[in-house]
Design a protein around this ligand. Structure first.
Ligand code: KIV
Length: 271
């Protein structure tokens, strides 16, 4: 149990908010099954994301686009069984939130059928109405900005976003609009470190980074990037298994490095 959890030791949305206010870095990682979820939970991860990255790392697809709501429910249910304390966040896959009503129906399934405690969706201020709809129905939301892998065909590849002044301003405005619409967490993927710092500074809700420098309120990594299972890992990742020799040790080393603000270091900070 920590000062940020419920008396029974569970991490909630309020815990994440309290951690932001206290300047305590939030540590998160993806998981796709009960065994890994248990390791992450035991090691003290604050939240576990069942990411639609499962389309690539579990299913072997070339993008996340083919992943379905049923796929997410299957994996999220298995992860749910491995968790006792960490908060469970589940991704809304491509086209499962095309309208606020579809988003509500699908997010409802993720909560009811899989035990999600927060859903994550990719998109900027165009998703504000959807975030508002979910928020007023009592569904916690994480808004994913920066590199949005579900838009890979639109943006023409997996690359850093928000490099120029105009797109950086637009991203900050998106983040503020989503927070105003009720987003509980904002996740920034592959955003220049300086912009990520500015967004984290301007938002009241926790800002979690991946490939977005050290100054976010917390960090998340794809599990398989952290244990050397990704053939060509992104530059912002680090193989903690190579350092420690066990999966449990790797997960603990990651959490410690995030808490002590040693990860990401300069070599994992892209811009
Ligand atoms: O799907 C996923 O695993 C994600 C992470 C990259 C944050 O969205």
């Amino acid at each position: 149990m920590s000062v940020y959890t419920t008396p029974s030791g569970e991490v909630t949305v309020s815990s994440l908010q309290a951690m932001k206010r206290a300047g305590q870095p939030i540590a998160a990682m993806t998981a796709y099954d009960a065994s890994f979820a248990r390791v992450l939970d035991d090691a003290g991860m604050d939240f576990v994301l069942v990411g639609d990255s499962l389309g690539m790392v579990i299913q072997g697809q070339s993008t996340t686009l083919p992943v379905t709501v049923d796929d997410m429910i299957y994996h999220a249910r298995t992860v749910r069984r491995g968790l006792q304390r960490a908060l469970l966040m589940v991704d809304m896959p491509f086209m499962s939130f095309a309208t606020p009503e579809e988003a509500l129906a699908n997010a409802g399934r993720l909560m009811k059928e899989a035990g999600a405690q927060m859903v994550k969706l990719e998109g900027g201020s165009a998703q504000a109405a959807t975030v508002h709809r979910l928020n007023e129905s009592g569904i916690p939301v994480c808004a994913h900005l920066g590199l949005k892998p579900q838009s890979v065909h639109k943006i023409g590849g997996y690359r850093i976003q928000g490099r120029d002044e105009a797109s950086a301003r637009a991203m900050l405005e998106d983040a503020l609009a989503l927070e105003a619409a009720g987003a509980d967490v904002v996740l920034l993927e592959c955003v220049p470190a300086e912009l990520a710092r500015e967004i984290a500074h301007n938002l009241n809700v926790p800002v979690i980074g991946i490939g977005s420098g050290p100054d976010c309120d917390g960090q998340i990594l794809v599990l398989y990037d952290a244990i050397g299972l990704t053939p060509k890992p992104p530059r912002f990742a680090h193989d903690f298994l190579a350092d420690t020799g066990t999966i449990r040790g790797a997960v603990e080393a990651y959490i410690e490095a995030v808490r002590e603000r040693r990860f990401p270091g300069v070599e994992q900070t892209v811009a």
